[in-house]
Write a protein that binds this ligand. Structure first.
Ligand SMILES: Nc1ncnc2c1ncn2[C@@H]1O[C@H](COP(=O)(O)OP(=O)(O)OP(=O)(O)O)[C@@H](O)[C@H]1O
Ligand SMILES: [Mg+2]
Length: 310
């Protein structure tokens, strides 16, 4: 929501203990989001069939049909009988001051989900990506991946602000791929006490997104790969860019393309998101996507991806 005024004009500092304010807002936008939803949506749009695992409420029906229409398998989502789907609600004023709330709701029930029955039904996963979720759930799913030998991608993002070093170490250790942005990579080092070498010893690959500067891929047994961001991007609103990068990157790994190519596909998908308001509002045809890839990364990139994109 947008409030066309200043919150600060309605707040009386010495009366904050009796605070009761209401803002007349002139604009309400409701958007689909959430890391798992965004990443699955991107994979589905590129023609893959991701399995979305998470916990929602009875209010999920519309979002479910939207995701299913875009190729996402929602058959294994846990529906809470009592709580609503997680939701972030915020109001900005004309100075871009923000009052926001996050309701985790049904999300806390993700700790009840076991992966094995899902794998039994759907087949071996190429990757299990563990994104920011109920911390107990994240731990449980990471532990199950380690025990059962499922390759996993550690993507703790927002939960790094909340988690302590002990939690973060457990979420990362043994990951096939760790993906964060640059700021988050420093939070990991600070909270775990690990150096960047220590981090790389515990995962196969460390992928770090660098905003408009692109992405860096490193690893103990991996030569440094640096991929610049997509060209000719007009940034409009960044929510969901990181998730789109992950979708493109993992889609290309699913197509068994190289790491460099995968990062390029991620950067192009992220470009679409940064150019639109909302994380799942972008559209393109395969030809448009390939043109964009060609423009930034050359003919070979477009040809290789063209053999797969649907
Ligand atoms: N201004 C930009 N121009 C071009 N590409 C961008 C821009 N910002 C982001 N990207 C692309 O998106 C990818 C992810 O961006 P970034 O590192 O900002 O992720 P993030 O901080 O996790 O974002 P968020 O958490 O807000 O979704 C980058 O690697 C890049 O490819
Ligand atoms: Mg992010």
């Amino acid at each position: 929501m947008t409030f066309e005024g200043k919150f600060s004009d309605s707040l009386v500092v010495d009366q904050l203990d009796k605070l009761s304010v209401s803002f007349l807002v002139n604009d309400l936008e409701v958007r689909r989001g959430g890391c798992a939803g965004n990443i699955s949506f991107g994979l589905g749009v590129l023609g893959l069939n991701p399995v979305l695992v998470g916990a929602v409420g009875e209010d999920f029906a519309d979002y479910r049909s939207w995701l299913e229409r875009h190729g996402v398998n929602c058959d294994h989502i846990h529906v809470s009988p009592t709580k609503h789907t997680a939701r972030f609600v915020c109001t900005n004023d004309e100075t871009m001051a923000q009052i926001a709330s996050f309701y985790p709701g049904a999300m806390s029930e993700s700790r009840e989900i076991e992966l094995k029955p899902i794998v039994d039904a759907e087949g071996d996963p190429a990757y299990v990506l563990i994104g920011p979720d109920d911390p107990e759930g994240m731990l449980r799913h990471t532990e199950e991946c380690r025990q059962r030998g499922y390759k996993f991608v550690a993507d703790p993002s927002q939960q790094l602000a909340f988690g302590d070093g002990d939690l973060i170490r457990q979420l990362i250790d043994g990951a096939d791929i760790l993906i964060t942005n640059e700021y988050e990579s420093h939070v990991i080092e600070k909270k775990t006490g690990w150096t960047s070498d220590d981090v790389q010893k515990r995962v196969r690959l460390q992928v770090t997104t660098l905003g408009a500067d692109g992405v860096r891929i490193e690893g103990t047994d991996q030569e440094l790969i640096e991929v610049p961001a997509c060209k000719d991007v007009t940034p409009v609103e960044p929510t969901g860019v990181g998730d789109a990068f992950r979708a493109g990157f993992l889609a290309a790994l699913g197509w068994e393309l190289s790491l460099e190519r995968a990062a390029q596909v991620g950067c192009v998908l992220a470009a679409y998101v940064v150019e639109t308001v909302g994380p799942q509002e972008y559209t393109f045809t395969p030809a448009e996507f390939l043109d964009r890839l060609r423009g930034s990364y050359g003919d070979e990139a477009a040809d290789e991806v063209g053999a797969h994109i649907k």
